[in-house]
Ligand binder design. Sequence first.
Ligand code: ATR
Length: 271
Amino acid sequence: VPIAGVLGWPIAHSRSPRLHGHWLQRYGIDGHYIPIPVMPEHLAEVLRAMPRMGFVGANVTIPHKESVLALADVVTDRAALIGAANTLIFRSDGKIHADNTDGYGFIANIRQHAPGWIPDLGPAALIGAGGAARAVVASLLESGVTELRIANRTRIRAEQIRAEFGARVVVYDWAQAGNMLEGAITVVNATSMGMDGKPPLRVPLDALAPGTLVTDLVYTPLMTPFLLEAQARGCEIVDGLGMLLHQAAPGFERWFGHRPEVDDDLRRAVL
Ligand code: ATR
């Protein structure tokens, strides 16, 4: 019986067990997916033991997404570029393969909910430059976006992304995050602002044109103040839950041999 799980510290609030559990049940697959709390200093030891315990792979979440790269035997190019992995495959030859599917999940979510979106039709504007933002940058550039504007409270993190991802990235000052939305056809919040218990993102949205694709990586609440205001301005809104759902699909398929569907049943199971 194949076993997979999610490694994090803490791990209690992870939605991945419900997500994969729903798919296992729906497809009648004899397998398990469990949450595994692992302290940072124990990650290497735990990873080494997992294949021998019957694990076929794992997801990794905070705080292990970066450190797992140094422990994997094979790291995909995109995981290396992003500087983090979220999906591990324990190969039959004993090697640990690390990939990052967050960018795939980000794009798949938009494509599912805004099928008319054409990423390379105009500039994209990204608010935030943390770990989650880097996966968005990689996937937008891979989708052919020719100009990717980034503003982050701590400007140097945005500069770092430009240094690593190249000249299609244009850094804006945090004080000019509102200006950066002018002419953008895709706008993304990749900061944690607007999350339950945190203040809303305070970027002026006056420059947002109706019809702009606006999405948020925050999904608690599903409709953040940022998305609500964009919606009121006539923008096309995609909430962030689907990114979580879609990023899980490649791992599930590799571990359990079935390409899973992302639909409303799954959304309800995970919420
Ligand atoms: P994640 O992996 O979720 O991206 P992170 O790497 O800690 O987590 O990044 C959090 C993002 O939210 C960053 O862009 C952060 O800005 P800084 O790089 O300046 O820290 C942004 N963020 C968090 N709190 C913020 C606040 N009060 N105002 C503006 N941006 C904030």
